[in-house]
Design a protein around this ligand. Structure first.
Ligand SMILES: Nc1nc2c(ncn2[C@@H]2O[C@H](COP(=O)(O)OP(=O)(O)O)[C@@H](O)[C@H]2O)c(=O)[nH]1
Ligand SMILES: [Mg+2]
Length: 251
């Protein structure tokens, strides 16, 4: 069997209603990819469902269990480390477990990674959009994007999306242990680091659909933490504390 080189990291906390369908859809895609579920000891048993997949598909499904809900950002980091250092991945993707990020876009994202170092599944490029989202959620996303474009100079149209692909060299260039956001603002922090290091960032249009099953884990506290992250990164930008390199050609 050909080695799996692309891994999709799926962080989960109470996603038992979604996980089986999602893993099935991912493994059925016409591309050879592996799945890394990072579960934070979900009370609803998501971790056990993931283990059952890993037993049936040991080459394609891996599970990282953590002791408790430690945040989305650190879950991604745990997945990155597994993909980079244990599984020797050369494409590392991230997505939600709740079908907001439809697996059908993955082949196009992988295709674009021939020419880009980072690929975002994006709501805000032509052809992209949101469906069934509450106005609160749409506002949160729009305002966050506006603020990070303005204060951090991020150029990607959808800078807060969790549906992404990173080439291996991108994650190797980022000091994963120095990332300070543990929650959702991790997404902004990593993108900031990618852009500053000169990695080329592309966007594939996606229709983002709000979750049908389970509940969102975004809390008011996450929103405050995100504001703090943006403020810290803004200061770092002003001080020039982050390396700023010219665009790197894609090899
Ligand atoms: N492992 C882990 N997963 C998390 C945590 N917080 C959120 N998630 C997962 O991250 C993804 C995004 O969370 P979600 O609630 O869908 O956020 P939203 O789509 O922005 O409302 C989902 O798959 C969640 O189950 C966490 O603290 N730990
Ligand atoms: Mg979601």
């Amino acid at each position: 069997m050909k080695d799996v080189k692309t891994f999709v990291i799926v962080p989960t906390f109470n996603e038992a209603d979604n996980l089986d369908d999602l893993v099935k859809r991912l493994l059925d895609l016409p591309v050879n990819l592996g799945v890394i579920v990072v579960d934070d000891n979900s009370p609803d048993g998501t971790g056990d469902l993931a283990d059952a997949w890993a037993v049936r598909h040991p080459n394609h499904v891996h599970v990282v269990h953590r002791a408790g809900k430690l945040g989305l950002g650190t879950a991604y980091i745990a997945g990155f480390k597994k993909a980079l250092f244990e599984l020797d991945a050369d494409r590392i993707m991230t997505m939600d477990a709740d079908f907001s990020h439809d697996p059908r876009y993955i082949p196009a994202m992988i295709e674009m990674s021939q020419d880009k170092h980072v690929v975002i599944g994006s709501r805000y490029v032509p052809g992209g959009g949101s469906k069934n989202c509450t106005w609160k959620r749409v506002m949160l996303s729009r305002v966050s994007n506006f603020v990070v474009h303005l204060l951090l100079g991020l150029k990607a149209k959808d800078a807060t999306a969790g549906f992404r692909l990173y080439r291996r060299e991108v994650l190797e260039s980022i000091p994963l242990d120095e990332i300070f956001s543990s929650g959702y603002s991790f997404l902004v922090e990593t993108l900031f680091m990618c852009q500053r290091r000169g990695w080329q960032i592309g966007e594939v249009p996606i229709i983002f659909e709000d979750r049908r099953k389970g509940t969102t884990k975004i809390s008011r506290q996450e929103v405050y933490k995100a504001q703090y992250t943006i403020f810290r990164l803004f200061l770092r930008r002003l001080r020039g504390g982050e390396p700023r390199r010219p665009a790197i050609p894609v090899s």
